[in-house]
Design a protein around this ligand. Structure first.
Ligand SMILES: [Fe+2]
Length: 490
C-alpha cells in the first residue's frame, strides 16, 4: 500500500505534506530542485479487515521557504525497505493565502465510504477545480477510525475519494473522486466516527468503536493522521486564518447511542454509568475549550478577518435525524434511560450567544447527512452540507429543535412530491457540496443527481455572508457571555 500525498496546515511560507506506505520506507518531498526529508513513523492503531493489527508508515514533511510564491510543483518519493522506490505524480502546493486576501474553501463532511462520495468529489473538481485554499471538513470521515481500509481502500476510503483513487459505479458511471488533497490543504474537525471506544473489552474493531465510555475513548488514529493544525489540546481544536477568513474548529460531538429513548447502561458499568449519549469534550461555558474559543473569537486575527467561520460536527440547528436529543448532559430518568433537556443544549445555550457577540458569520456542522441552513436573529448563518454520500432524511414536521425556520434555497430548491419547494436536500440519489467564496462573499451550494450521470451540476443556493454589523461593545459582550475570560480589546 502507498497513499497519495495530502496537505495540512499551510503557513505564511510553508505547508505540511503527509503520505503513507504499507512497508517501512524513508520519504522525501521533491520540490523546486530541493529534497525535503520526511520524518517517518509507524502508526500503531490501525487494523486490517480481519481486525488484525496492521502497520502503516506515516511520512511527514514540512516544506518551508515558499515565501509568497504562487503554486509550486512537487512530488513525493518513498524508498521502501526492500529497495523499491515509489514516486508520486506531480502536484502543486502553496503557502497559506495571505491575511486579507480572498479564499475559496470547500465545505464537506460525513463521507464515511457512502455510495455517492466519490461522485461528489468528482463533481467538486469539475465545478471549482482541485486547487482550492482549503477543505473545511465537519467530521465523520470514516466508519471506524482504526480500520485501515476505511481510510485507504479504493472503493470509497476517505483518502481514496479525496485523492482520486476511489472506484465506485453508479448508474453505469465509474467515479474515482478527484486529486483534491494533493493540491488543497485539509482543515478537519472531529466527528463521532473519529473516536474509538473501549479497546480492551472487545475483539472486533466495530465492537470497540460501538462501546465508548466517559473514561475510555480516544482519538489516537485521527491525531496521527491529522497532527496539524494544533491548538492548546493538540489537533482536537484549533484556529487558523485562511486569507480573509478566520476559522475555528471545535471538538463538539458525543457518543452515539442507537436507542436514545430506551438506552440502558450495560451490566458491567453498574454504579459507574456510561451516561447515555455522553459528550466527549466539554464546550459549555466555563470549560477549557469554551474559554479558549472565547479568547480566539476576541483575538485581533478574528476581529481583523472579513469573515469568521466556526466548524464542528454536532448540529443543534437542523431538520436532520441527529439534531436530537439535545446536546447536553444526560439526566437519568430513573428507569435506566436518560432525558436530554433542550433548555440545556450547550450549543444553543452557551455557544450561540458567543457567536452572536463575536460576529461569527457562518457555523458549519455535519452529522445528519442532509443539506439545510438557518439564520439566527443575530445574523449568524448555520449550515449543514453533509448530504455527500447518503442521507438520513429530513424531519420538517418536527422542525429545528433550536426553533428557527429553515431558509429556502435561493436559486433552485428541489421540489417535494406535491411540487412545493423544499428547504432542504435529504436524498440518496442527489449529492450536495458547498463552496465558500470569500471574494464574492457567498457560500454556493450545488447538487448533482447521480441517476443521470450526464446531467448538470446545479447551483441551488447562494448564502450571502454579509457582515453582521459592528461588533458588540466589550460590556455588551460581557453581558452576553458572563463567564468568558476575554483579553482586553481596544
Ligand atoms: Fe456523526
Amino acid at each position: 500500500m502507498h497513499s497519495e500525498p495530502y496537505l495540512l496546515d499551510p503557513s505564511a511560507d510553508g505547508v505540511h505534506v503527509l503520505w503513507h506506505t504499507g512497508a517501512h520506507a524513508t520519504g522525501a518531498v521533491l520540490i523546486g530542485g530541493r529534497r525535503v526529508e520526511a520524518t517517518s513513523s509507524a502508526l500503531v492503531t490501525l487494523h486490517d479487515d480481519q481486525d488484525v493489527r496492521t502497520t502503516v508508515h506515516r511520512h511527514w514533511a514540512l516544506v518551508t521557504g515558499l515565501g509568497a510564491a504562487a503554486r509550486t510543483p512537487y512530488r513525493v518519493v518513498s524508498d521502501l525497505a526492500g529497495g523499491d522506490r515509489v514516486e508520486s505524480a506531480t502536484y502543486s502546493l502553496a503557502p497559506a493565502v495571505p491575511p486579507g486576501r480572498p479564499a475559496r474553501l470547500l465545505l464537506s463532511s460525513d463521507h464515511q465510504m457512502w455510495r455517492m462520495t466519490p461522485a461528489n468529489i468528482e463533481k467538486v473538481a469539475e465545478t471549482v477545480g482541485v486547487e482550492l485554499d482549503g477543505v473545511l471538513f465537519a467530521g465523520d470521515m470514516v466508519g471506524v477510525p482504526d480500520r485501515a481500509a476505511d481510510w485507504f481502500d479504493p472503493p470509497r476510503g476517505f483518502f481514496a475519494s479525496l485523492t482520486g483513487r476511489a472506484d465506485t459505479e453508479i448508474a453505469g458511471r465509474r467515479y474515482r473522486g478527484a486529486p483534491l488533497l494533493q493540491h488543497t490543504p485539509l482543515f478537519p474537525a472531529i466527528g463521532n466516527h473519529e473516536v474509538m471506544g473501549r479497546r480492551a473489552r472487545h475483539r472486533t474493531l466495530q465492537a470497540r468503536f460501538d462501546d465508548p465510555a466517559p473514561d475510555a475513548w480516544d482519538t489516537a488514529t485521527y491525531e496521527a493522521l491529522f497532527p496539524v493544525p494544533r491548538g492548546p489540546d493538540g489537533p482536537r481544536w484549533w484556529s487558523r486564518t485562511v486569507g480573509d477568513v478566520f476559522v475555528v474548529a471545535l471538538f463538539v460531538t458525543r457518543a452515539w447511542r442507537d436507542a436514545v429513548a430506551t438506552y440502558a447502561e450495560p451490566p458491567d458499568r453498574a454504579g459507574d454509568p456510561m451516561g447515555g449519549q455522553f459528550r466527549y469534550a466539554r464546550v459549555d461555558a466555563g470549560s477549557p475549550q469554551y474559554g479558549w474559543l472565547a479568547g480566539e473569537l476576541a483575538s485581533p486575527a478574528a476581529r481583523a478577518a472579513r469573515y469568521r467561520v466556526v466548524l464542528f460536527h454536532h448540529a443543534s440547528h437542523g431538520l436532520g435525524a441527529h439534531c436530537v436529543p439535545a446536546y447536553t448532559d444526560p439526566v437519568p430518568d430513573g428507569a435506566g434511560g436518560y432525558a436530554y433537556p433542550i433548555a440545556d443544549d450547550v450549543v444553543l445555550r452557551d455557544l450561540a450567544p458567543l457567536f452572536a457577540a463575536a460576529g461569527v458569520d457562518l457555523v458549519v456542522n455535519g452529522h445528519s447527512h442532509l443539506w439545510n441552513r438557518f439564520r439566527d436573529p443575530a445574523g449568524v448563518n448555520w449550515l449543514e452540507t453533509s448530504n455527500v454520500g447518503n442521507s438520513y432524511g429530513a424531519f420538517p414536521d418536527r422542525g429545528d429543535p433550536g426553533g428557527l425556520a429553515a431558509v429556502m434555497p435561493t436559486v433552485a430548491p428541489l421540489a417535494g412530491p406535491d411540487g412545493a419547494p423544499l428547504p432542504y436536500v435529504a436524498d440518496n440519489d442527489v449529492t450536495v457540496f458547498s463552496v465558500l467564496d470569500s471574494g464574492a462573499g457567498v457560500v454556493r451550494s450545488y447538487r448533482f443527481d447521480t441517476r443521470h450521470p450526464d446531467g448538470p451540476v446545479v447551483l441551488f443556493d447562494e448564502l450571502p455572508l454579509e457582515r453582521n454589523g459592528p461588533f458588540l461593545t466589550l460590556s455588551a459582550w460581557e453581558r452576553a457571555v458572563p463567564n468568558a475570560e476575554l483579553p482586553l480589546l481596544e
